[in-house]
Design a protein around this ligand. Structure first.
Ligand SMILES: NC(=O)c1ccc[n+]([C@@H]2O[C@H](COP(=O)([O-])OP(=O)(O)OC[C@H]3O[C@@H](n4cnc5c(N)ncnc54)[C@H](O)[C@@H]3O)[C@@H](O)[C@H]2O)c1
Length: 266
């Protein structure tokens, strides 16, 4: 353990698997008290977790960290409010809110997507993040002393990609939501930033990772020639959650192996 997040109370949504889980484990390693939240405690199947037999809380506690679980569906405003309240009751305050829970829909042209795909992305990725930002801001304003919000966006929020329009639309909205909250609450010391990864290895991208054609194309197309790892994203989340980034505000940080630099690479 080191102390970059010593005694900070962090709530992380969608933290049973993938990025959320890696962020939770990294935060606890850096001394944070972590409230892990998800639809269920067990990780999704198909992910790349190093200890899929353990829940996130079990992994953190076995390593000597502090964590507890609160079940929360981020599409339900009352559940997100109850999540933030539970964190405050348990730890007396909240310092960092990581709005990570998200879903992906892809593989179809725009005219082929059904309304359900559009609505699902909107509900989880946009409304879920919106509720998380709202409830965190309310708690930060009540307790005073500022706060820190980190939204898991995507390079899909910064540009278009083929055959995933419903996802990109939701991520674009999430990117602008991040900017809007940053503008309105910076004066209160509440920092709001977004993380924009390209494709990284989690259950969310497993089907793309297993598709040899896509894998070859993707790895060849980006300058760093590899998929992102959940640990890459967790390292950035630690920096943004810590006081080391105290003058970063309203930024959508690309963590994409150079994906957005060029159409294709050498
Ligand atoms: N993996 C990537 O390549 C990638 C790239 C860019 C951005 N992202 C974004 O990062 C975030 C995390 O993605 P991931 O790859 O770790 O995904 P993942 O599928 O591995 O994990 C997502 C977690 O969110 C949870 N979740 C889903 N719906 C929820 C809901 N309604 N309420 C609460 N929890 C819910 C799931 O149960 C799961 O544990 C998402 O917002 C995603 O859009 C992922």
């Amino acid at each position: 353990m080191s102390d970059r997040l010593k005694n900070k109370v962090a709530v992380i949504t969608g933290a049973a698997s993938g990025f959320g889980r890696a962020i939770a484990v990294a935060y606890a390693r850096e001394g944070a008290k972590v409230v892990v939240s998800d639809l269920r405690e067990a990780p999704l199947t198909g992910g790349f977790e190093s200890h899929p037999e353990l829940t996130t809380v079990q992994e953190i506690v076995q390593a000597g960290g502090t964590a507890s679980f609160v079940k929360c569906d981020v599409t339900v405003a009352a559940e997100v409010a109850a999540l933030v309240d539970a964190a405050v009751v348990r730890h007396g305050r909240i310092d960092i809110m990581v709005n990570n829970a998200g879903i992906y829909r892809g593989g179809k042209l725009a005219h082929e997507f059904g309304e359900e795909d559009l609505e699902a992305c909107w509900r989880v990725n946009v409304k879920g993040t919106w509720y998380g930002c709202q409830e965190a801001v309310k708690a930060f304003l009540r307790q005073g002393g500022g706060g820190n919000i980190i939204n898991l966006v995507s390079t899909a929020g910064l540009q278009g990609h083929p055959k995933q329009s419903v996802y990109n639309i939701s991520k674009g909205a999430q990117a602008n939501l991040t900017r809007c909250f940053a503008i309105e609450y910076g004066h209160a010391g509440i920092r709001v930033n977004g993380i924009c990864p390209t494709y990284a290895k989690t259950a969310l991208t497993r089907a793309l990772f297993d598709d040899k054609n896509f894998d070859d194309f993707f790895v060849q197309s980006i300058p760093l020639k590899r998929w992102g790892e959940a640990g890459d994203i967790a390292s950035l989340a630690v920096f943004l959650g810590s006081d080391e980034s105290s003058y970063m505000h309203g930024v959508l940080v690309r963590i994409d192996g150079g994906e957005t630099l060029c159409r294709y690479s050498v």
